[in-house]
Design a protein around this ligand. Sequence first.
Ligand code: NAD
Length: 423
Amino acid sequence: MCASSTSQELSVQNPLEVARAQLDRASGLLDSDRAIVERLRRPRAIHEVTVPFHRDSGEIELVYGYRVQHDNVRGPFKGGMRFHPDLDRDETTALAMWMTWKCAVVDIPFGGAKGGVAVDPKTLSDAERERMTRRLTNELRNVIGPTTDIPAPDMGTDAQVMAWMYDTYSVQEDLTGPGVVTGKPVQLGGSVAREEAPGRSVAFVSRELLSYYDYDIEEATVAVQGFGSVGASAARILSDWGATVVAVSDVTGGAYDPDGLEPHGIPSHNQEPEAVAEHGSDTISNDELLELDVTLLIPAAIGNVITTDNADAITADLVVEGANGPVTPRADTVLAERDIPVLPDILANAGGVTVSYFEWLGDINRRSWSRQRVNNELETVMSTAWADVSDAFEARECSWRDAAYVVGLERVSEAHAYRGLWP
Ligand code: NAD
């Protein structure tokens, strides 16, 4: 039983403290081996590197990079590389921990890692971005690799950055190693349907959640914050499945139509950034979107958008986390007390890392998969994960978040117990 899940306030907000508090909660529910949990509270390794590179002016600039490797008991470390000015060690460590649970919840054989550089990519020319990425890859060359640690795109990085990482690693190691990164261009072994995969998994679990609470998808109304890889695909797929998408937004604001928008006709962030607000019968602010009276709210833009400031004003029946960490721990408690179920990010958007796994399998086997195969296999993985999490939810009478953590932590702990400790 985890009745405490709705009443125990997580009063900490530093991302690493939040991640550790979530681990402690799940381990308390599972009665896990303390020695294993102590190991999981810390990463296996934190690699901090100094990255010098030439600016176009000829001057040398120094930036600082990280690769945090949290756990690899179930498979190679896996996680994104982020270029963002606010990136720091604690946040990167928390993100690496969340990757461990995410891979375990969907039962793919990877561990958790995260990395990046504390830099604003908007201040870099393409040539500077390339030189910085190549030097960063060289600094991390001894700790990444197709069977050790496999980076992927994240905030501020993209398929081109992955192509440079792949090339730098391959040249330095004197091999052709596409499996060293995922999220590559399709021409270099990247997967078709990778871009839409996290949105597809969000749509899939949203459909399951609606059905679980006896909502007919054809009568459901949906509001989606963020119209990028995650939000646009989730909105379009749910609309294809019969839901009425009444509001979508980007960083500048949103489009609203109570009779339903046509999400396929609205350009996504990648197609035309910040063009969403022109496409509804009415405009709406991001704050108003979050408080709409809809069946399903999908925050799919950034973290910490549902906080104690607005949790009382949320009127959606259900919330599915498309972004990473959009609901703060304290807001989670408020929503739980108000009986609004929240399906957590580590399950909902795990389609991204799942299709990265398919890409990596294709790289290792030198054989790419068709779009239909990728989508079918993704649906199989997500429906198994949904079944595992909903079983835990019912058996333990806890929140959806706790259920997902329990499923992930149990898999990681069991793997540690079987492998034991060397020497
Ligand atoms: P994206 O850059 O493709 O799109 C982000 C969208 O959010 C854009 O429409 C942007 O205008 C909007 N946005 C940005 N700041 C906003 C703000 N303050 N308020 C409202 N809207 C805002 O990003 P994405 O890849 O779709 O990622 C979205 C979230 O999902 C992030 O939290 C990311 O970490 C997470 N995520 C992404 C993937 C992936 O593979 N793309 C996988 C898992 C999780």
